[in-house]
Design a protein around this ligand. Structure first.
Ligand code: PLP
Length: 238
């Protein structure tokens, strides 16, 4: 077994343990493998071990990796954009990705809906919520999330799937949990709002390698794990 396959098994085990603690069915938590800064061979290794959904932060790197994987004859994979998207880069997301987790502005949403090619399924999107009110951080403030959800749900080529957040790193479970619970509260608020266009609103994208347990306890349905699968990132961000 490769290191990556072995790591994947361990991450699945961690998710199962976190679910056991939280009294949840492990089948309700999807693993997104975050492959940023790792090459196509690493993705292929994970794919051969059964992983199908991959997260990327840097658009140019991601698009090149997708092309390389097609050359390598990789099986069909699902691609999630989990990095910030400037408005002049929306076309790359609309044309190459299945999901976007970091939607936090209507202007970006409108561009993505207009640019989504007709032959592809609607782009699946999560609203990024800024749960710790960091002034420089991305994400819609919790109190503005419902209004944004209403506008996004009405766009024809987007499918609103849920809520995502990236809290500031916190030292331990006791500090991580309340931040994740704030994202969960926004998710519940939107889900129970009765807004039209929420038929597929089922995703709470929470948790990374360091905070899987707290994220699962708060109700995460998709954990985004990089280091735990691929190892430490040595390449600097482009
Ligand atoms: C890099 C990244 C991850 C993965 O982080 P790890 O700590 O390596 O698991 C998850 N989510 C987002 C948004 C990221 O940028």
């Amino acid at each position: 077994m490769t290191t990556i396959a072995n790591n994947l098994q361990q991450v699945h085990h961690r998710i199962a343990q976190a679910c056991a603690h939280a009294g949840r069915d492990p089948a309700t938590v999807t693993l997104l493998a975050v492959s940023k800064t790792f090459g196509p061979e690493a993705v292929l290794d994970a794919a051969h071990a059964g992983q199908t959904a991959f997260g990327e932060n840097y658009l140019q790197e991601a698009v090149e990796k997708m092309a390389a994987l097609r050359q390598l004859g990789a099986p069909a994979l699902q691609w999630h954009c989990i990095g910030p998207v400037q408005s002049n880069k929306t076309r790359l997301v609309a044309e190459h990705f299945d999901w976007l987790h970091t939607l936090d502005r209507l202007k970006i949403a409108e561009r993505l809906s207009a640019q989504r090619p007709a032959h592809l399924a609607p782009l699946q999107v999560c609203l990024q919520v800024n749960v710790d009110a960091g002034p420089t951080k991305a994400g819609v403030p919790p109190q503005d999330a419902l209004a944004l959800a209403k506008s996004v749900a009405a766009l024809p080529r987007l499918c609103l799937r849920g809520v995502m957040s990236i809290p500031e790193p916190a030292a331990d479970y006791a500090l991580q949990l309340p931040l994740h619970q704030r994202a969960r509260a926004v998710f519940d608020q939107i889900r129970s709002s009765g807004l039209p266009g929420l038929e597929h609103f089922d995703t709470l994208s929470l948790g990374m390698t360091a905070d899987i347990d707290a994220a699962v306890a708060a109700g995460s349905t998709m954990v985004r794990v990089g280091t735990g699968i691929f190892g430490g990132r040595v390449k600097p961000a482009p």
